[in-house]
Design a protein. Structure first.
Ligand code: AMP
Ligand code: ZN
Length: 114
């Protein structure tokens, strides 16, 4: 989608700090990190919210989650712990309407989130 920030990042029209890429996803450093490690795992295909997922997307979503765990492990947080979050729509604070999995690690994270 031409006016979607993350589609434009995927297309390299907007620069970002990419930490992983394959055929289906990119993982970038969050521009406003909320933890020492804050990465966004973004599918290359535009999907606006989790409400728009269909069953053929199950493999893709599994790949996003497994990549988050792999990136956490690469950074040494597998045992210490990490948090993975999809925000959906207004009350959850979604601000970019192209799904992305937040990976946060490197500090004690409170529960429940605000
Ligand atoms: P959400 O509020 O769940 O939709 O998350 C959007 C995230 O994208 C926020 O954590 C922002 O800091 C992050 N963000 C916004 N613009 C950029 C950008 N150009 N590069 C990297 N991260 C971004
Ligand atoms: Zn998009």
């Amino acid at each position: 989608m031409a006016d979607c920030l993350f589609c434009r990042i995927v297309a390299r029209e907007i620069p970002s700090s990419i930490v992983f890429e394959d055929d289906h996803m990119v993982a970038i450093k969050d521009i406003n990190p909320r933890a020492p490690l804050h990465v966004l795992i973004i599918p290359k295909r535009h999907i606006a919210t989790l409400n728009d997922l269909t069953s053929p997307d199950d493999v893709l979503v599994g790949e996003l989650v497994r990549r988050a765990a792999a990136l956490a492990a690469e950074h040494g947080y597998a045992e210490r712990g990490f948090r993975t979050v999809f925000n959906t729509n207004r009350e959850a604070g979604q601000s970019v309407f192209h799904i992305h999995l937040h990976l946060l690690a490197g500090r004690s994270l409170t529960w429940p989130p605000g």
